[in-house]
Design a protein around this ligand. Structure first.
Ligand SMILES: [Ca+2]
Ligand SMILES: [Ca+2]
Length: 158
């Protein structure tokens, strides 16, 4: 079993900086978009197992894997590389798409400090995120749709 020794900042709280017009709006005190996008912070804890799966080689976390992970989380990494790895981390069943179940898993993990009701999670996944970001209405996000949604959300690069 691999572990990530990176200890970055904790989840960003607050709803004041959510931009309007993007697929990820504020719901109460939870800024879904901000949490969804602040991946270089958030991915460390709630997505540790996913990070290990995406970056590790054959289940083992080698030094090269650490270097690869560090390069993706680096401020110098290009936007499309960050997007690609965020997509892979959020694609829990590794089928090349982020579907409603993947989104629910993402939201559940992002909200682990202040858990949401299952109804709220389903509503966020299907109504607030999928409806706005799923451009071809196939009920799942392709990498291109995910990148498009993230492009509209400059917080991702912060
Ligand atoms: Ca998937
Ligand atoms: Ca789609």
């Amino acid at each position: 079993m691999c572990t990530s020794s990176l200890s970055l900042n904790t989840l960003t709280e607050g709803a004041s900086t959510a931009s309007r017009g993007s697929p990820f709006h504020t719901l109460g005190v939870l800024t879904v978009r901000k949490r969804f996008l602040a991946s270089k912070l958030n991915l460390v804890n709630p997505f540790k197992d996913r990070i290990c799966k995406v970056f590790s080689t054959d289940g083992y976390f080698t030094f090269e894997d650490v270097l690869g992970m560090a390069s993706v989380f680096s401020d110098l990494a290009c936007f499309s590389l960050k997007i690609e790895y965020a997509f892979r981390i959020y694609d829990f069943n590794n089928d090349g798409f982020i579907d409603e179940e993947d989104l629910q898993n993402v939201i559940r993990r992002l909200a682990h400090r202040s858990p949401l009701s299952e109804d709220a999670i389903v509503s966020l996944a299907s109504h607030q995120i999928l409806e706005e970001a799923d451009l071809d209405n196939d009920k799942m996000l392709s990498l291109a749709e995910f990148e498009d949604a993230m492009t509209k959300s400059p917080d991702f690069l912060q």
